[in-house]
Design a protein around this ligand. Structure first.
Ligand SMILES: NC(=O)c1ccc[n+]([C@@H]2O[C@H](COP(=O)([O-])OP(=O)(O)OC[C@H]3O[C@@H](n4cnc5c(N)ncnc54)[C@H](O)[C@@H]3O)[C@@H](O)[C@H]2O)c1
Length: 479
């Protein structure tokens, strides 16, 4: 700790977690110098403009408050590693695509590269904090790499401080977190390192919400939190299928079940399925861990959460095709929303992608409108996850059109699919949209987002997740 700063922090990884987390630390701790570093020049250049590389409500204002004061974005990692007292590792840890554990284990290659980079450069002692979501005992690997390269008078303490923010609400989550978790070695040096990091958070978060624990409990807690959240989504989604078969209404079930304090109201909203970069990856990671430790029944239990999610997405595509007289070939289908949830431009594992992929296979003409997602991001993810690209499908540009105007996207369409719960979708003039559509005009609501009664009065044929079909179950639609 030196010059005018109380502490110098470097965060390696300027993504959805590193950027917002560090912007909030910089805002709340003006005497801490915070640098967000990345190997991607493009990413860093964008953080230094007012067109940030990620969309998150409130983020730009927060960045602008501290940028150039005590918040900096840089690719000069060598210099910043050497200067930092505390280094957060917040790099991507995607599911492995090949080799041992492919399709399940998390690839911690980027974390290891960061550890090797720190070990090579550091000429003073550091606290190294895992913020990335990692398999249990990753800290051990990081600590070993660092220890193997320790120079005289240079020591490293490795901590775990998983991030619980949710995209779309990241800024409020970071300002008012339910808890902050810091795990570390239960040794005098480890406990001192935990206290250094805890003090940063304590600037704006009550101490009672800053939990400290050992490394392995901290690493595992993050995986378990995401597994529990995803499990609730899959649980209610499984019930949505049963509701459609029986004439029950899934919203009524959520209401009745959620009023039980032991269960709670949140995360009981059915949908076309969960997406995002974390839920599936973290559950697969948990499954792989269970298998590694010989706990096959535990692995099977958690894998089912993902299988239910896949079932829900597939069910939605099948519902579209079967409702539209078993064929969508040549029909214009409008997809409203492509991001995996509202208030983010993130398309990783977005359910919309799987629906578009399925409709492409049926030779539909798909028009997509999303207020934040660019065509480039859409195709990057589609290629990475589904292997669909311009080489495998030379007529891709003809079959999938991205629109900048929702009314244009819906004009002449046979069906509309609501894939993301963007607030603006509620404000559209659906009479105008209906008038410009082919008839019967179908609307498939994958988010239970719109007023179905009003849409039916206009003339739409509405199909919604977990809702009774008024033709099949007359008298069951809730007034
Ligand atoms: N996105 C979320 O909502 C969320 C929430 C909680 C936890 N997490 C976890 O946090 C971690 C980061 O997720 P993200 O969504 O921010 O990822 P991201 O892909 O948005 O960002 C990661 C960044 O790390 C950079 N990077 C990769 N290797 C690097 C290296 N060696 N040195 C410096 N920079 C490097 C990449 O260029 C990229 O910009 C993951 O482990 C994820 O599981 C994510």
């Amino acid at each position: 700790m030196s010059d005018q700063w109380d502490l110098k922090i470097l965060c390696m990884g300027a993504g959805y977690v590193g950027g917002p987390t560090m912007a909030v630390i910089a805002k709340m701790c003006p005497k801490v110098r915070v640098v967000v570093g990345d190997i991607s020049q493009k990413q860093i250049d964008a953080w230094n403009t007012d067109v940030l590389p990620i969309y998150e409500p409130g983020l730009l204002d927060c960045v602008k408050e501290s940028r150039g004061r005590n918040l900096f974005f840089s690719t000069d990692l060598d210099k910043e590693i050497d200067e930092a007292d505390v280094i957060f590792i917040s790099v991507n840890t995607p599911t492995k695509t090949q080799g041992i554990g492919a399709g399940a284990a998390a690839n911690i290659k980027n974390c290891e590269l960061c550890a090797r980079h720190i070990a090579k450069i550091a000429t003073s002692s550091k606290i190294v904090v895992e913020k990335s979501t990692v398999p249990v005992r990753t800290a051990e690997a990081i600590a070993r790499i660092l220890a193997a390269n320790e120079k005289s008078d240079v020591t490293f303490q490795v901590l775990s401080n998983p991030e619980f923010l949710a995209e779309g609400t990241a800024m409020t989550d970071l300002m008012n977190p339910d808890r902050v978790l810091i795990g570390g070695p239960q040794t005098p040096a480890g406990l001192a390192a935990i206290e250094t990091v805890a003090k940063v958070y304590a600037t704006w978060i009550p101490r009672a919400q800053i939990l400290t624990t050992n490394l392995w409990s901290s690493e595992l807690s993050k995986l378990v939190a995401n597994a529990f959240l995803a499990q609730r989504v899959s649980s209610i989604n499984s019930i949505s299928a049963l509701c459609e078969a029986t004439g029950a209404d899934v919203s009524e079930i959520s209401r009745a079940v959620g009023m039980d304090d032991r269960i709670g109201k949140r995360f009981l909203q059915p949908s076309v399925g969960f997406g995002g970069s974390c839920f599936q990856k973290d559950i697969l990671n948990l499954v792989y861990l269970c298998e590694t430790y010989g706990l096959q029944p535990c692995a099977d239990y958690w894998r089912q959460v993902i299988q239910m999610n896949d079932f829900q997405k597939k069910r939605f595509s099948e519902k579209i095709v079967s409702s539209m007289f078993n064929t969508v070939t040549g029909k214009k289908i409008t997809v409203l929303g492509y991001a995996f949830k509202a208030d983010t431009g993130d398309v990783r594992e977005t359910p919309a992608m799987f629906i578009v992929r399925d409709l492409l296979q049926e030779n539909a003409k798909i028009h997509v409108y999303d207020p934040q997602v660019t065509r480039e991001e859409m195709w990057l993810e589609m290629n990475y996850t589904c292997g669909v690209n311009h080489e495998t499908n030379p007529r891709l540009d003809e079959h999938v059109v991205t629109a900048t105007d929702p009314y244009e996207a819906c004009k002449g369409s046979h069906a509309i699919c609501i894939m993301t719960e963007w607030a603006e979708f509620k404000t559209y003039d659906y009479q105008k949209i209906y008038d410009a559509m082919e008839k019967p005009a179908f609307l498939f609501d994958g988010r239970l987002h719109l007023d179905h009664k009003a849409l039916r009065e206009i003339g739409f044929e509405v199909h919604a997740i977990g809702k009774p079909d008024p033709v099949k179950f007359p008298g069951s639609t809730i007034a």
